[in-house]
Design a protein around this ligand. Structure first.
Ligand SMILES: C[S@@+](CC[C@H](N)C(=O)[O-])C[C@H]1O[C@@H](n2cnc3c(N)ncnc32)[C@H](O)[C@@H]1O
Length: 258
């Protein structure tokens, strides 16, 4: 899997690629990341990569030509032995990234990731070369780099052998292995902290009861915060009679802090 990242700020990526468990994926691991700066493909003494917008208005727009030259260099470097890579632009107008999308990228051959800056890219480059646009959410970042890092991190942790505990990502929120529900709360030592004890069941050593407690907590938190995920799990036939009984009971009991 190979990701080529086009960014005016390649230095932003170094700490991310070298930190935490995910570095195993990046440092000689299954997720190869190459950084490319469009400025290296810009002309003139100032290596200009932006200009004022036609029609007036605030801000600057990224020039199409350095982006095109940079993309051509990436395509040449990837070589014919690599499958043609889709060109992904991070943008607020894109489709919002979710777990399903991350899973798809995690089992893909990679992509060219384009990080915008300023007011964005000259639309003619987008129309000619971008295959799809991805948004991190309904807010505006200063650049696509943090969005690219979010995608790379999420993809890296799904690779086999990257997390310390193999398969632990399957216990995370949104994972189909847990029917797409949100995660349950977690506790560690001490048993009583600031006057608050750990739930008894977690100290019981009774595996089946612990699993039922965790499932109940997942159901309760998801019902409260993301009822759409409960509806999706139900539609997929993933909720048992015991699950439905828990959900019915939630409406009757007094609200708990989740
Ligand atoms: C200041 S933003 C441009 C915002 C653009 N004028 C708009 O209003 O949609 C600069 C760059 O940050 C990136 N960016 C900003 N918000 C983003 C988001 N929510 N998701 C992904 N990328 C984003 C994009 O690459 C964008 O080209």
């Amino acid at each position: 899997m190979r990701f080529d990242v086009m960014t005016l700020f390649p230095e932003m990526f170094a700490p991310m690629l070298a930190s935490g468990v995910t570095r195993r994926a990046f440092e000689g691991g299954p997720v190869q990341v190459q950084l490319w700066n469009p400025r290296d493909f810009a002309e003139g003494n100032y290596r200009r990569v932006d200009d004022r917008p036609f029609g007036g208005g605030p801000g600057m727009v990224m020039l199409a030509e350095p982006l095109r030259q940079c993309l051509a260099a990436i395509r040449a470097a990837r070589g014919p032995e690599n499958p043609p890579a889709p060109v992904v632009l991070f943008s607020p107008v894109g489709e919002t990234l979710g777990h399903t999308g991350v899973q798809r990228w995690a089992s893909s051959a990679g992509a060219v990731l384009v990080c915008g800056r300023y007011e964005g890219l000259d639309q003619r480059f987008v129309d000619t070369h971008v295959d799809l646009q991805i948004s991190l959410g309904d807010f505006v970042l200063s650049g696509g780099e943090i969005a690219a890092m979010a995608l790379l991190d999420a993809v890296a942790r799904l690779q086999p052998g990257v997390l310390n505990d193999e398969g632990s990502h399957q216990l995370d929120s949104f994972n189909p292995a847990l029917d797409g529900l949100l995660d349950c709360p977690h506790y560690t030592r001490p048993e009583v902290w600031d006057g608050q004890p750990v739930p008894d069941v977690l100290l019981s050593g009774h595996h089946a009861q612990i699993e039922r407690w965790r499932r109940d907590r997942r159901l309760a938190i998801t019902a409260q915060r993301r009822p759409d995920l409960i509806a999706a799990a139900r539609a997929a036939g993933a909720l048992s009679g015991a699950d439905e009984a828990v959900l019915t009971g939630l409406g009757k009991s007094s609200p708990t802090r989740l």
